[in-house]
Design a protein around this ligand. Structure first.
Ligand code: ADP
Ligand code: MG
Length: 290
């Protein structure tokens, strides 16, 4: 390999908005056959907004929103920000929360106005029929739905929308055109994940959902054990271990420092189409060297 050819490759990368950790990175892209895409913040914008509030019979919607907003106010999660902002916008100042506790990949707990409150996918008991129907309808549209639990009883469902980036479908097409298999990976619900996958052109059997943050890395390892060479694209703190373990880790430049530090390539503008360009560029650079 001539160092000059590698340098040309990395210089061209910079022009395209790709930061390459080192020239040796290009070598790992050659055999990549599978590209695992994180959903939130990678395929979607990750900027969520509160959509709807559903309350159980006899419970005022305002109460559901106030309790949930108060607990979520203490969390940085994109779902939490959407719920807290939506609650403040509609109700004004929210009550304080005590004994706040975050359960990564699941949701939050806290005490508000004398009640034990949980928000997220923590509750595993049955939901009242109307809430279940509202939740599933929202999920089929690709919206995330979280359950609000008060003193052990599900009292409501909140739905939150995150837009699919308008570049994601084209990115998936370009990855396929390179002969790569795109896989969607998320901690979110399976219905939501399948809906987003359908929007961008990923097959339902290539969707891996409801994966806890610490288990994302195991998904990458499993694919590798199956003989695949895996590129992973992610943005979150949760994605760092998976990015480091993947044969090629690509971070969204718009993402967290943890993700960027764990990766081999950074897509400076957070444009997923550039992931395909990066892989094509490295293959071409290597071909030039031979
Ligand atoms: P992703 O893999 O899409 O980035 P996470 O692993 O962070 O998602 O979260 C997975 C799911 O856990 C969310 O879709 C949501 O249902 C639930 N969840 C996580 N944190 C919170 C929170 N602060 N409030 C409500 N729900 C949450
Ligand atoms: Mg993410």
């Amino acid at each position: 390999a001539t160092p000059t050819a590698l340098m040309v490759g990395t210089g061209r990368g910079a022009q395209l908005g790709i930061l390459i950790r080192g020239p040796e990175v290009l070598e790992s892209t050659r055999r990549v056959d599978t590209v695992v895409l994180d959903k939130t913040g990678t395929v979607t914008t990750g900027r969520m907004t509160l959509q709807k509030v559903y309350a159980a019979e006899g419970v005022p919607e305002e109460d559901v929103l106030r309790l949930a907003g108060a607990v979520e106010h203490a969390s940085e999660h994109p779902v939490a920000r959407a719920v807290a902002a939506g609650a403040e916008e509609r109700l004004g100042t929210l009550p304080p929360v005590e004994r706040f506790r975050n359960e990564p990949g699941k949701g939050v707990h806290g005490r508000v106005a004398g009640h034990d409150v949980q928000v997220g996918r923590i509750h595993d008991g049955p939901l009242p029929e109307a809430l279940r129907a509202a939740k599933e309808a929202a999920e089929d549209e690709g919206h995330t739905a979280v359950v609000v639990v008060r003193d052990g009883t599900a009292v409501g469902v909140l739905t939150v929308a995150d837009a699919v980036k308008d570049t994601s479908a084209e990115a998936v097409r370009r990855l396929r055109a390179l002969g790569l298999t795109p896989v969607l990976l998320t901690g979110d619900n399976t219905r939501v994940a399948r809906s987003v996958a359908a929007t961008v052109g990923i097959a339902p059997d290539q969707v891996i959902a409801e994966v806890l943050p610490q288990d994302k890395v195991d998904v990458v390892r499993r694919l590798q054990r199956e003989g695949r060479t895996v590129a992973m694209v992610g943005d979150g703190v949760n994605d760092a271990a998976a990015l480091a373990t993947a044969d090629l880790g690509l971070a969204m430049g718009t993402g967290t420092d943890a993700a960027i530090e764990a990766s081999d390539l950074t897509l400076v503008r957070g444009d997923l189409r550039v992931a395909a360009d990066a892989i094509r560029l490295s293959r071409r650079t290597l071909a030039t060297i031979k």
